[in-house]
Design a protein around this ligand. Structure first.
Ligand SMILES: CCCCCCCCCCCCCC(=O)SCCNC(=O)CCNC(=O)[C@H](O)C(C)(C)COP(=O)(O)OP(=O)(O)OC[C@H]1O[C@@H](n2cnc3c(N)ncnc32)[C@H](O)[C@@H]1OP(=O)(O)O
Length: 255
């Protein structure tokens, strides 16, 4: 199939070629009839390759009612785009989450190939939904803080029936790092201090609250705490230091 498409593309790339020309008649007819059953034809694109990367933080069937409820709560506080382009300005924004750290940033697709084409983000590389890290990050730019809703799947076991401390550290690093990157641009974790206060049962849904403490030159300090969704129980507290880097740092350059 891909060879067929490549032959039809020839040396002219995609210019002027419709999806109908690229697909065998039978495949095209099948695709057309499937799509007709789910969306009005006027809104259907027959182009079979999505240019949109998958957002792993969209709700899915592995989410517990509690996870969905907290997601709905924060989602309702987010900026919205309406059909006539008049969005509602609200303080929160849901961040999309892809399975590579830089691929979809500006120019990142080329960088990600240079660095390691087959690399995948640690927290987004298990196919079975709900088995490991299910999470979504909401950020409040004005208040320089974010909240991550995290459902810890059964494959994250450390102590029997409970979430592994390394998995919790991974999520704290990810969330504090996301906030630091959002506020300061490219960064790397220089220091992460964690106090584990109570064991977290597998399948728990928790909130990871992270906030900017201060920025000093290239250093961004973030504080974080992990609580139950009603915030009555404290699981973990942490502080993190991120140092701003140039892209060259990832290639071993000190500039
Ligand atoms: C963009 C994000 C969005 C993407 C989405 C994906 C989401 C996932 C997000 C996932 C996120 C996950 C992210 C990850 O997991 S990143 C992976 C884990 N981290 C690393 O591997 C980092 C390894 N270390 C280094 O590369 C370098 O040491 C760094 C870059 C950290 C600094 O080396 P550099 O040569 O550049 O700087 P410098 O040495 O001149 O120091 C500069 C300043 O910093 C101070 N300092 C340094 N170290 C420490 C320390 N340990 N405690 C206290 N202070 C420290 C230092 O005193 C100085 O202070 P001052 O003299 O200015 O006062």
């Amino acid at each position: 199939m891909l060879g067929h498409i490549a032959r039809r593309l020839g040396s002219n790339g995609l210019k002027g070629i419709s999806p109908q020309q690229l697909l065998p008649k039978e495949t095209h007819r099948h695709l057309q009839s499937s799509l007709d059953t789910i969306r009005p034809i006027s809104t259907v694109s027959l182009w079979p390759f999505s240019s949109q990367p998958r957002d792993f933080s969209q709700p899915n069937s592995s989410w517990s009612p509690e996870m969905q409820k907290v997601y709905d709560h924060y989602y309702a506080l987010c900026d919205t785009d309406t059909e006539n382009g008049e969005g509602k300005k609200r303080p929160w924004r849901k961040l999309p989450s892809y399975n590579r750290s830089i691929k979809y940033a500006t120019g990142g697709i080329h960088l990600s190939k240079l660095i390691q084409a087959k690399a995948r983000l640690f927290t987004r590389n298990v196919k079975e939904q709900g088995a490991t890290f299910e999470y979504v990050v909401f950020v409040n730019k004005e208040e320089k803080r974010c909240v991550c809703v995290f459902q810890a799947g059964r494959l994250l076991e450390g102590a029997p029936g409970h979430v592994h401390g390394g998995a919790i550290a991974t999520m704290i690093d990810t969330v504090t790092g996301t906030l630091a990157g959002f506020l300061s641009g490219p960064i790397m974790t220089a220091n992460l201090n964690i106090d584990y206060r109570s064991p977290m049962p597998l399948d728990s849904v928790v909130l990871i609250h992270s906030a900017l403490d201060r920025i000093e030159r290239r250093k961004t300090y973030i504080t974080s705490k992990v609580t139950s969704t009603d915030e009555s129980k404290l699981y973990t507290e942490a502080t993190a230091l991120f140092v701003s880097i140039s892209v060259g740092h990832l290639f071993g350059s000190r500039n």
